[in-house]
Design a protein around this ligand. Structure first.
Ligand SMILES: [Zn+2]
Length: 82
């Protein structure tokens, strides 16, 4: 799973996960690498458990990940699918 997908899942779908799954990321003493590792675990958990509720919004043109699930314009190639 690439970093963009991890951040995307974490930003837009971590509310689906139970508190005990996302709680650890809030520990203030985690360093950056530990935070990334926790985000990855949460992202993997979300994909495993909520696949049907998660929309991976890939650009129809370049197939890269858009910024949000509702985005209609690609941040990579500028393609607009409104
Ligand atoms: Zn694109």
């Amino acid at each position: 799973m690439d970093q963009q997908l991890i951040e995307y899942l974490f930003a837009h779908y971590s509310n689906l996960a139970p508190l005990e799954v996302v709680a650890k990321i809030k520990y203030p003493y985690l360093n950056e690498i530990e935070q990334l590792s926790e985000k990855r675990k949460i992202a993997e958990y979300l994909l495993e458990n909520f696949e049907s509720e998660i929309f991976i919004n890939n650009c129809p043109n370049c197939k890269k990940l858009a910024r949000t699930p509702k985005a209609r314009q690609c941040r990579h190639c500028g393609h607009d699918w409104h």
